[in-house]
Design a protein around this ligand. Structure first.
Ligand SMILES: NS(=O)(=O)c1ccc(C(=O)NCc2ccc(F)cc2F)cc1
Length: 265
């Protein structure tokens, strides 16, 4: 089968062919985060702020893999994650984005059915497990919390100066399969809101094949602002078939017996 993607021929509705868990899994991601009514997110006063230790990255590759753009620091990076719902320390692996071809769609998670124009995923793996010692092993480990992904919604507003080094690089990785070494240092911490206190958290999966059900998801309530020009820059990135990536987001999946916790009222 042609490699997976987001077109009619190879998009989310076809992924089950190579990846049965797409249809049989009971903890698939993304989901619609409902804040009122029966299946709504439940406030948990025990949920602490998320703690990130992100020293500026000095060596990284920025690549277009045909279904997203990804920032991947060199293996030696010391960035870590802890706190929030986590009981272990997690190592930073990469960040990437999901976006739409207009401002009313693009995010993977939704809030009461509302989509944001884009979503930023910061991907980490549990570096304190005795069962694996790399990201690849973590994904294949069957450990329900092998990974932790921090999700941040993007909304259109003021230009985001902290993300400008990234959005300015998008034109350099226009062609699928292209990559550039990131020039200079990148301060990811500066992109994030100061306090990482208000978030939803639930057990889920990778949102792209292999759709492994190994992710502790933490999706922050407060969106990050980017300008229209910065959003347009994502929409000019190509998918490897001579077309721009116009909507690399998976529709929401059934919650099944899962509950979503909220760190805020
Ligand atoms: N959108 S998301 O945050 O849920 C997400 C995060 C990471 C990956 C990923 O690394 N895929 C490639 C990949 C790389 C190595 C590996 F062992 C398995 C594997 F899926 C996919 C989806």
């Amino acid at each position: 089968m042609a490699p997976w993607g987001y077109s009619k021929e190879n998009g989310p509705a076809t992924w089950h062919k190579d990846c049965p868990i797409a249809n049989t899994g009971v903890r698939q991601s993304p989901i619609d985060l409902i804040t009122t009514g029966q299946t709504c997110a439940k406030y948990d006063s025990n949920l602490k702020p998320v703690i990130v230790s992100y020293p500026a990255f000095s060596e990284a590759t920025f690549l277009n893999n045909g279904h997203s753009v990804q920032f991947q620091p060199s293996a030696g990076n010391l960035s870590e994650l802890s706190g929030g719902p986590l009981t272990k320390k997690y190592k930073f692996e990469q960040f990437h984005f999901h976006w739409g071809n207009n401002d009313s769609e693009g995010s993977e998670h939704r809030v009461n059915g509302k989509m944001y124009p884009a979503e930023l995923h910061l991907v980490h793996w549990n570096s304190e497990s005795p069962n694996f010692s790399s990201f690849q092993e973590a994904v294949g480990s069957n450990d329900p919390h092998a990974l932790c992904v921090l999700g941040f919604f993007l909304k259109v507003g003021a230009e985001n100066a902290s993300l400008k080094p990234i959005t300015d690089l998008l034109s350099k990785v226009k062609n699928a399969g292209s990559s550039v070494s990131f020039p200079g240092k990148f301060d990811l911490k500066a992109v994030l809101p100061e306090t990482l206190t208000d978030y939803y958290t639930y057990d889920g999966s990778l949102t792209t094949p292999p759709l492994a059900e190994c992710v502790k998801w933490i999706v922050f309530k407060e969106p990050i602002e980017v300008s229209t020009a910065q959003m347009e820059a994502f929409r000019a990135v190509d998918d490897g078939h001579g077309k721009p990536i116009t909507g690399n987001y998976r529709p929401p999946c059934p919650l099944h017996t899962r509950t979503v916790a909220a760190s805020f009222k």
